[in-house]
Structure formats: structure tokens, C-alpha cells
Design a protein around this ligand. Sequence first.
Ligand code: CA
Ligand code: CA
Length: 267
Amino acid sequence: MFQEMRETHAEGQASVKRSGLSPNPSPPDHRRTVTRNELSYQLVTFRFKEIIMSRRSKTLLTLAVVAMAAFGFTTAMANAATLTFTDSFETDSGWSSYKTWNYSSGYTLAAPAGAGTKYWYHSGTDGVKDIALTPTLDPADIDAGRGAYSLSAWLGSYTVQPDRGQLRLLWLDVSSAPIGVAAETFDGGTIVTNGEWQQFTGSGTVPVGARFASLIMEDSPTVGMEGGENDGYVDLLDLEVTAIPEPATMALLGFGGLAMLRRRRRA
Ligand SMILES: [Ca+2]
Ligand SMILES: [Ca+2]
């Protein structure tokens, strides 16, 4: 029987050969070559797409992270609280001593720009003003070291006397006790010419525990006075205190994402 089958198969082969048909059609060699090339091409394309997608997704992730961080930073900046105290001494804003001269009296040289019509003068009595930092500023931000200040003032004197004043900025705690020494000391003793106005500026960090800014206008310790009272003048006082809140949640997410990216790159 096996022999019969072989013969039958052989006949079949012969029959097919005669008719010009293949009994078991298989793809010609060139078709197999094309298939391999196509497969290689598809694999390369897939890998290339994968790389592109991978790079693109990393780029997108990085952009998203940077955007989130920037958003958080912007939000924090937008939420920054600023306390501003300005005084041109045109009216009494609550100083312990408020005495003024008019520029029109001619006791001083040319007034600084925007000085108005009046300036404070010492007249033997210090001028003190304590400014509460709260509720404008959040005590938590101050105590976290995120408070900053800038102070500016113009100091002047009498044209015919060498009197000079001094302005100091002290920080007070919740009990109104000074925290350390003066944060700023503007000594009018550096003014060379009698009657001249000179601008003093300073800036720094608000100390932890500060609840009040205390401004003190007093005698200059380096220059004496004449006529029984100090003609140390002050005008255009400007104190700004800013407290930046903790970065927003989005910023934390952003920074977290950045850390994640760094870990992935290391891996
Ligand atoms: Ca003024
Ligand atoms: Ca004097």
C-alpha cells in the first residue's frame, strides 16, 4: 500500500509537471527576500517611532514639569504679601514726636524730588514709630526666614549749623523687645555740606520672631549740634517688608516631577 501511495504521488508530480503547475506552491525566493526586508523595515520603523515617542514623551514631561514649577513659583510670587510704610511728614502718621519745618522757610538746600512741603526735624526729641508686621504678613513666613525688607530715607540738616540726625531700624518681637542690634543705621554724620539732603538705603532679611518694625529718628552719634536742639531732618521715608509664602502645591509637584526625571535618567 505504501508503494502504491508513492507511485500515486509520483504520478501526481508528473501530472503537475506536465500541466506546468506546482503541486505544493511555495513563495519564490525573491518573495521571501522581500518579506524579510519588509519585516526589517517594519522593525526599524517601529523602533524609530518608539525612540521618537520616547524622546517626545520625555520632552513633553520635562516641559510639563518646568511649566508646573514655573506656575507654582509664579503663584507663590503672586501671593507674596508686602507691607509698605511711606512718610513724607506732610501729616502726622503716629510718631512719638511729630515736628516739622516747611521747605519754604529756606532752612535747607534744595529739597529732594517729591518731598512735598514739610520735613521732620528732631527738636531735641526722638521720633519713634513701631509698625506691626501682622496681619499684613504671615508670622509663619517670617519665622521660616522668608521675610525681606528694604529701607530708604533722605536725611538733611540746617544750612547754618552742623547738626545731623540718625535713623535706625530695629526689629521687635511679639513682646516689643528688640531682636539683636539695629538692622539699619543711617547716620547723617556722613552729610558733608550743611543743609544738604542725602538719600540712604539698606535691605536685608527680617529676623525670625520679628513682629514689629521700629523706626527711630534721633541724634547722630558722630556729629554734635548747635543752638540747644538738633536740626537733624528726615523726609521721604520708605520701608517695605515682604514675606513670600511657601511654594504652592503645584511647585512641589513640579519639583517632585523633576526629581523623578533625574532618577529615570540615572537608571
Ligand atoms: Ca515731606
Ligand atoms: Ca540746632
